[in-house]
Design a protein around this ligand. Structure first.
Ligand code: SF4
Ligand code: SF4
Length: 197
């Protein structure tokens, strides 16, 4: 007859006293351990819409679409592999963060397995095409400090944000005048405005 090893016997006695090691999920909520990598979630107030998370996502679980004057960012939890690349590479470090939510099963529509946020885009007053998200340009402007006044677009958006410049955009014209240099312009239109006016 074989006798159980002492170590195994000790573990068995401990398990009888402590109770089951497993949790009662799904009947009771399960709280994962610290630093668990669960569903990545956007925190809109900290996101500047730069799209870095979209660029680095290896599973293509983050979608980015510019529609009119809005940038739409969507994270699809059913495609996510919970690698954490988006959080690590987020410019603000807290625009998207992994949560402790792990349950991605649903009997409802697939649409529930995603989160969508939108950011306002700055539109070029020359060509009417989007330049970048408003929040991203302001984020850059604030970091440049006094240097931001070397770029008319940055300066204007910064002053508009502080209510020190008119918020209205000027109507689009076919050719640039000298006064157009002090406008919110994309790099291409700025070059044209400087060369042609
Ligand atoms: S955790 Fe990884 S796979 Fe999931 S959205 Fe972020 S970068 Fe993509
Ligand atoms: S700020 Fe962070 S969460 Fe927002 S788009 Fe950029 S990388 Fe993604």
């Amino acid at each position: 007859m074989k006798y159980p090893k002492l170590r195994e016997l000790k573990e068995a006695i401990k398990a009888i006293i402590k109770g089951p090691y497993t949790t009662e999920f799904p009947f009771k909520p399960h709280k994962p351990f610290e630093r668990f990598r669960g569903k990545p979630k956007f925190h809109e107030e900290n996101c500047i819409g730069c799209g870095a998370c979209f660029q680095v996502c290896p599973a293509k679980a983050i979608e980015m679409n510019d529609v009119g004057n809005k940038r739409i960012l969507t994270v699809h939890w059913d495609l996510c592999i919970f690698c954490g690349n988006c959080q690590t590479n987020c410019l603000t470090e807290k625009g998207i963060m992994l949560s402790d939510e792990f349950d991605v099963s649903t009997t409802e529509k697939k649409e529930e397995l995603k989160q969508e946020i939108s950011k306002e885009l700055v539109i070029c007053e020359g060509c009417n095409k989007p330049i970048a998200p408003y929040d991203q340009i302001l984020w850059v402007a604030k970091r440049l400090s006094a240097l931001l006044f070397s770029n008319a677009s940055l300066m204007l958006l910064y002053l508009k944000d502080m209510d020190l410049a008119l918020k209205e955009t000027l109507p689009y014209r076919d050719e640039f005048l000298r006064s157009d240099r002090i406008k919110v312009l994309c790099p291409r239109c700025r070059r044209e405005a400087v060369i042609k006016s």
